[in-house]
Ligand binder design. Structure first.
Ligand code: F6P
Length: 361
């Protein structure tokens, strides 16, 4: 078969191992031919963004972050931004994607991405494109799978960042606020907060009360050492308040969702009215998405890449690979449209609370 492969949405560690797994198994075991589609769905909409992908192209990419195919979180064929009379407007140009699929003589398309990319894949299936998906994201917020690759690497990085922030926090008796990505899901903050020993963990699933956090910090301040580490999700917000937004969805053509950021500063500014200790904010930003994948992410991505070819072999179009209860499986792409969030009553939150971690509630 002649298969196209694209990576869409934000880059994350593991995309290259996945591409390598797909191409190597696909060529060696099935004799498939691959076309690399560049910059996510943009490669299906514009000329000259598709190229043959061979085993040679995958040499040496296993330990590398990012994606050799490039990506975009703004190229949506159903809401494609085009310039009309000097203005950027969004148009449904999805028939162009179908035409490109045919022009490239593809028998199928492998779409690798988060909920945005996979939802588009599902809609393209409705147009007749034979498509299968692979879930990725550092946010771990896809409902169809227990884990996405990219998450483990980002979690390890955030944990190390919290470890490092302890040095200054302890030496200066400061309150260190660390803002962590994850959109509207708190998995990254929760896991790295627990692994790094944060005193306060604030996640979108548990809107916080400033009084609760102040009380926790003041209680710690009565001991000899009075520093505190607060891990806060970019999507966390106070009770009765709203999320901190850097850019509204309507200001980012083609993206369809807001760009979050600033929750750490909002919290620090409010805390400053209540406590005397010095407060510093660190925003981990895109460092969380960078660097080479951990062994666990390389493995999961490689397994997803190999397993997705079973879906192609079995004609299981409009499905994606998934990890459920520790086993590789497949689920309908419709599943990827639902967001997964932290269970505030789950074991992780419960046990962290039992050890004295404050969640701001
Ligand atoms: O979905 C991955 C993610 O890193 C989110 O955690 C974050 O909100 C968003 O992407 C940032 O997007 P961008 O790279 O466009 O700033």
């Amino acid at each position: 078969m002649r298969l196209g492969i694209l990576t869409g949405g934000g880059d994350c560690p593991g995309l290259n191992p996945l591409i390598r797994g797909v191409v190597k198994r696909g060529i060696l075991e099935f004799g498939h031919e691959f076309v690399g589609i560049e910059n996510g769905y943009q490669g299906l909409m514009e000329p000259d963004l598709a190229r043959p992908l061979t085993i040679n192209d995958t040499r040496g990419i296993l330990p590398k972050g990012g994606t050799i195919l490039g990506t975009s979180n703004k190229a949506n064929p159903f809401q494609y931004s085009v310039r009309e009379n000097g203005k950027l407007v969004e148009r449904d140009l999805s028939p162009q994607a179908l035409a490109k699929f045919k022009e490239l003589k593809l028998d199928g398309l492998i779409a690798v991405g988060g909920d945005g990319t996979l939802s588009i894949a599902h809609r393209l299936a409705g147009l007749g494109i034979k498509v299968v998906g692979c879930p990725k994201t550092i946010d771990n917020d896809l409902s169809g799978t227990d884990q996405t690759f990219g998450f483990d690497t980002a979690r390890a990085f955030c944990t190390e960042a919290i470890d490092r922030l302890h040095s200054t926090a302890e030496s200066h008796d400061r309150v260190m606020v660390v803002e962590i990505m994850g959109r509207h899901a708190g998995f990254l903050t929760l896991d790295s907060g627990i692994a790094g020993g944060a005193d306060v963990i604030l996640i979108p699933e548990i809107p916080y009360r400033i009084e609760s956090i102040v009380e926790k910090i003041k209680r710690r301040g009565t001991r000899k050492r009075s520093f505190s580490i607060i891990a806060i999700s970019e999507g966390a917000f106070p009770q009765g308040g709203t999320v901190s937004v850097l850019q509204k969805a309507e200001d980012i053509p083609g993206r369809g969702v807001v760009r979050l950021g600033g929750s750490g500063k909002v919290l620090a500014d409010e805390l400053a009215h209540h406590i005397e200790a010095e407060i510093r904010v660190t925003v981990l930003g895109h460092l969380q998405r960078g660097g080479g994948p951990t062994a666990a992410d390389r493995l999961l991505a490689t397994m997803f890449g190999c397993r997705v070819l079973d879906l192609v072999r079995d004609g299981q179009w409009n499905h994606m690979v998934a990890l459920r209860d520790g086993k590789l499986t497949s689920v309908s792409l419709a599943e990827s449209r639902k967001e997964r969030t932290v269970d505030p009553a789950g074991d992780s939150v419960r046990f962290a609370k039992s050890m004295g971690v404050n969640f701001g509630d």
